[in-house]
Design a protein around this ligand. Structure first.
Ligand SMILES: [Zn+2]
Length: 340
């Protein structure tokens, strides 16, 4: 009901020309759009911000192509070489396999510049991202108990799924599986748990929750996709040495695709960062770093704390339009000021 009222208000604002006025007011601002992965089966219902239905994404790109917005690269924005009004930058986080297996044709058709922030650990291992795959299995299963064992570690566990906190359970099982050094063994246990829960991790024989491999990343690079940094293990440790190592391992892995000097853009994993990270990024020659703070990027914004607009399966087109023109940001700031 609340959503319906919100959508009606947005539609009224659009019809009355308020979106148009906002676009004029914020024409010098840049809109950084953020996407993640795509849905092979029903992942868009499991985590609508993390996985979008490929058809929704395709429609979004078609809409952007016809819209008043100019799609530019982040390099264009920060170098100030090309300046258009109402600029939009497309970014995508993590490097999920669906970017190649499900939406390659759409990316090719539009050939928009896209910045893809790649986290390298799972890209290298080529097994599903463990915590996300486990959370999906537990979300989807209709089983009420889970019994599994890992004999080589002497682990044998019985869980009543109806009375247990699923995120705690995901963390616990991840801890067990992570003790196995060999990725093939980890995959074997994960698939065993999937069978026990009677949920498939395969769609048309393609493994779900996998990150892009070297061949797929290379193919994407050829269609205007710029591979950039997102840490090796998808984390932002507060401890500077660990953070530095994350950056370095990520950069070394990505150096098989391009010169290290060209890896100058970074995205904070899960949007987590602290002020202590900023000088370290600078020292590493990083030009931009994107966050998950919502909003438009002002012309004078700090390039190491860039705001973005997170699109998702749970967002109607008119909500996205309201974010892009700046109307939603304006409303949020008015409501915030009014609250004080
Ligand atoms: Zn991420």
């Amino acid at each position: 009901m609340r959503k319906k009222i919100k959508l009606s208000l947005l539609l009224a604002a659009k019809v009355l020309g308020v979106f148009w006025l906002c676009r004029l007011k914020y024409r010098k601002y840049t809109r950084i759009l953020c996407y993640h992965g795509f849905s092979y089966v029903d992942e868009h219902q499991f985590r609508p911000k993390l996985f979008m239905h490929p058809t929704t994404f395709s429609k979004r790109l078609d809409w952007l192509a016809k819209s008043q917005y100019s799609i530019v690269s982040l390099d264009d924005v920060v170098d100030g070489k090309k300046t258009a009004s109402n600029q939009v930058v497309l970014t995508m986080d993590d490097g999920w396999s669906g970017t190649f297996e499900l939406v390659y044709a759409d990316l090719l058709r539009h050939h928009f510049p896209l910045m893809l922030y790649v986290t390298s650990y799972y890209a290298e291992k080529q097994i599903p991202v463990l915590n996300v795959a486990l959370a999906y299995l537990l979300w989807k299963t209709e089983k009420i108990t889970l019994h599994f064992d890992i004999p080589e570690l002497g682990i044998s566990k019985n869980y009543q799924l109806s009375s247990i906190n699923r995120s705690v359970l995901v963390r616990e099982i991840c801890r067990f599986i992570d003790q196995l050094k060999n990725p093939a063994e980890r995959l074997e246990i994960l698939l065993k748990i999937a069978t026990l829960l009677d949920v498939s991790l395969k769609a048309d024989n393609r493994l779900m929750f996998r990150l892009l491999n070297v061949t797929e990343l290379t193919a994407l690079q050829k269609i205007n996709v710029d591979l950039q940094l997102h840490t090796h293990r998808h984390c932002s440790p507060i401890e500077i040495k660990s953070f530095d190592r994350e950056l370095e391992e990520n950069r070394n892995w990505l150096s098989q695709f391009k010169n290290i000097a060209e890896l100058r853009h970074f995205c904070y994993p899960s949007g987590e960062y602290s002020p202590a990270h900023l000088p370290l990024l600078k020292a590493n020659g990083i030009k931009t770093a994107t966050t998950t703070h919502i909003g438009l990027m002002a012309p004078a914004a700090d390039h190491l704390q860039i705001k973005r607009i997170l699109d998702g399966e749970d967002m109607e087109l008119i909500e996205l339009e309201a974010e892009l023109c700046g109307f939603s940001s304006l409303m949020r700031s008015i409501l915030k000021t009014g609250g004080h």
